[in-house]
Design a binder for this molecule. Structure first.
Ligand SMILES: [Zn+2]
Length: 240
């Protein structure tokens, strides 16, 4: 009789465990993957010419590179400021935001400028090849994540010797430079705690469509950022 009871208890426990595993998985699958901070903008998913974030705010210029005017979505602005404050507490005092929200027309100006530069550098290339080249490092207007107001490009004064920082030009040494800073090492450990992910990691170009950008951080909210960080995946893979 005793053995039977023990067996019964064991079977019940196993069933309960199995049920928990299944229902926990269900919970993951039911998760709201259309959250307001999960919008996917990339080469295949344009945001459109007319999109403007609902709640844009001016970022406190104490936190921007050279005190320049930068706008971000309200929640993202708060999150990035507390992240920079935390970096200061950790002894990293030289970080600022160098780019945030970009309106469609600005992205168009940038893109057209890169096209002109490439044409000048490669007069024998076809228009298609020129466009292809520019697309490896710059978003076509309407496909830049910066138009969402949900991402930032960060800057540190450790980088000041480098040219053209923040303008996302090809073979720009500032990529390698930022990846070598204390700020970057800290962000690798902590950005997700503030809701940010490294949006274009090294060796993920085939998935994101962009070269490695060690300075570009995208807000997805804490919960999702932690999961993405833990899994070591890109936003594209997370939403797939
Ligand atoms: Zn960027």
């Amino acid at each position: 009789m005793k053995k039977r009871i023990i067996a019964l208890v064991l079977v019940t426990a196993m069933l309960l465990m199995a049920y928990c595993l299944v229902s926990c998985e269900d919970e993951n699958e039911d998760e709201d993957m259309d959250g307001e901070y999960l919008v996917l903008v990339n080469k295949e998913n344009a945001i459109g010419e007319d999109y403007v974030p609902e709640e844009l705010v001016d970022v406190n210029t104490d936190y921007t590179n050279g005190g320049k005017a930068i706008m971000l979505e309200k929640t993202v602005a708060e999150a990035v400021l507390s992240m920079i404050d935390a970096m200061k507490e950790a002894g990293i005092n030289n970080v600022s935001i160098t780019s945030g929200y970009r309106e469609y027309s600005y992205q168009k100006t940038l893109f057209d400028r890169y096209i002109a530069n490439e044409k000048a550098a490669h007069p024998d290339w076809s228009d298609e090849d020129i466009r292809k080249e520019v697309l490896t490092y710059s978003a076509a207007p309407g496909t830049s994540e910066h138009q969402t107001g949900l991402c930032v490009d960060l800057f540190t004064t450790e980088m000041e010797g480098l040219w053209n920082y923040g303008s996302e030009t090809p073979n720009n040494p500032y990529d390698k430079g930022f990846a070598e800073t204390d700020a970057f090492a800290w962000l690798q450990e902590h950005a997700h705690e503030y809701g940010f992910i490294l949006r274009f990691p090294e060796n993920k170009t085939d998935i994101t469509g962009y070269s490695y950008e060690s300075w570009h951080y995208r807000y997805v909210g804490e919960e999702h950022a932690k999961k993405i960080h833990k899994k070591g995946i890109t936003l594209e893979e997370y939403l797939d």
